[in-house]
Design a protein around this ligand. Structure first.
Ligand code: GRG
Length: 299
C-alpha cells in the first residue's frame, strides 16, 4: 500500500486513453479534413482525462481483465462526449469563453460553424466508438443507457438549461443543487458506474459506485466553483471569475467560500469512508487517491 504512486498510475492510464483517442479518431479519418482537425484540436488540447480514469478504476475494481478491448472504447467515448460539451459550453451563445485547456477555444480557431459541427461530430462519434467494446452486448447496452440518461433531459443537458436560465436569478440552494448534480455530477457518476457495468460487477458494487460517484461528482463541481473564484488562469487553462460576472448559481455565491470548501471536504471524506468500507483501504487506493485529488486540486 505504501508503494502506491497515484501520479504514475494516472499518467499510465492517461497515456492509454490518449493512444485510444488517437486510434478511434485518427488524423486521417474519412470525411472533411477540417472537421477531424477541429475535433482533434480540443480533444488533444490537454484534458485531465478524469472521466475515463473513473471508468478505468470502476472496471479494475470490479475485476475487469481486458481493459484495451472491453473498456477503452467506452472510456474514449466518454472523453469525446465531455470534450463536445466543453466546445459547446464555450460558444458565444453559452459561456462565450476564449480559453479552454490552455488554448484558444475551438470557435476562436475554427469559427462558430465548424466548432458547433465539431462538437456534434464528437457527440455522434462517441457512440460509434463505444459500441466497439467487446464486452457482452447487454453490458454495452446498459452502459449506453446509463450514459444517455446522464447527459440527457434530466442530466447534463437539463443541468445546462437550468444553468443558463438561472443566471441572475436570486440565489437558490435547490437550484444550485439541481444544476450541479445534473450538469456535471451525473456524468461523473455514470463514468465510474459504467466501468463496473462493463466488467459485470455485482449489484452491491454498482450501488456503491452510484453513491460514491454522486459524492465525487458534486465535490468536483463545488471545487470548480471555488477555483472560478480563487484559481489561477494559467494553471486552470481557462478564464476565471466568469461565474460571478455572469451571475451564475454557484456554491460560493450561495454558501460563501469557506462553507463551500467545508462542504466539498465533507463530501470527499464521506466518499472515501464508503470506498474504504466496501473495498478496503488497499484495493480502494486508486479511487481514494482520485477523490483526494478532486477535492485538493488547483487545476
Ligand atoms: C451533452 C447533450 C449534451 C449537451 C451539452 C454544453 C452542454 C450541453 C453542457 C455543458 C456541460 C459542461 C461544460 C459542464 C462543465 C463541466 C466542467 C466543470 C468541466 C471541466 O472539466 P475538467 O476539469 O476539464 O475535467 P478537462 O479539460 O481537464 O477535461
Amino acid at each position: 500500500m505504501g508503494g502506491f504512486d497515484f501520479n504514475r498510475y494516472w499518467k499510465e492510464r492517461r497515456e492509454l486513453v490518449n493512444r485510444g483517442l488517437d486510434k478511434f479518431l485518427p488524423a486521417d479519418s474519412p470525411g472533411p479534413q477540417i472537421l477531424t482537425e477541429a475535433m482533434r484540436y480540443t480533444l488533444f488540447a490537454g484534458g485531465k482525462r478524469l472521466r475515463p480514469l473513473l471508468a478505468i478504476i470502476g472496471y479494475e475494481l470490479s475485476g475487469g481483465n481486458d481493459l484495451e478491448n472491453e473498456l477503452l472504447p467506452v472510456a474514449c467515448g466518454i472523453e469525446m462526449i465531455h470534450t463536445f460539451s466543453l466546445i459547446h459550453d464555450d460558444l458565444p451563445a453559452m459561456d462565450n469563453d476564449d480559453f479552454r485547456r490552455g488554448k484558444p477555444t475551438n470557435h476562436k480557431v475554427f469559427g462558430e460553424a465548424i466548432a458547433i459541427l465539431a462538437g456534434d461530430a464528437l457527440f455522434g462519434h462517441a457512440f460509434y466508438v463505444m459500441v466497439r467494446s467487446t464486452a457482452p452486448s447487454e453490458r454495452v447496452i446498459e452502459t449506453i443507457r446509463e450514459i444517455t440518461d446522464a447527459i440527457g433531459l434530466d442530466g447534463m443537458l437539463g443541468g445546462q438549461v437550468a444553468d443558463v436560465t438561472g443566471e441572475k436569478k436570486p440565489p437558490s440552494k435547490e437550484l444550485v443543487q439541481y444544476i450541479h448534480s445534473r450538469k456535471t455530477g451525473k456524468f461523473i457518476r455514470a463514468s465510474l458506474k459504467v466501468g463496473g457495468i462493463i466488467a459485470g460487477a455485482d449489484t452491491g458494487t454498482i450501488k456503491v459506485f452510484h453513491e460514491v460517484g454522486e459524492k465525487i461528482g458534486l465535490t468536483f463541481q463545488i471545487v470548480d466553483d471555488i477555483l472560478d473564484e480563487i484559481g489561477e488562469k494559467d494553471k486552470l487553462g481557462k478564464s476565471v471569475g466568469k461565474d460571478r460576472e455572469s451571475g451564475k448559481q454557484t456554491y460560493v455565491r450561495i454558501y460563501g467560500l469557506e462553507e463551500a470548501k467545508h462542504r466539498a471536504k465533507e463530501l470527499a471524506e464521506s466518499a472515501i469512508e464508503q470506498i474504504n468500507s466496501h473495498f478496503g483501504v488497499e484495493k480502494g487506493l486508486p479511487l481514494i487517491s482520485l477523490t483526494k485529488f478532486i477535492v485538493e486540486r488547483n487545476f
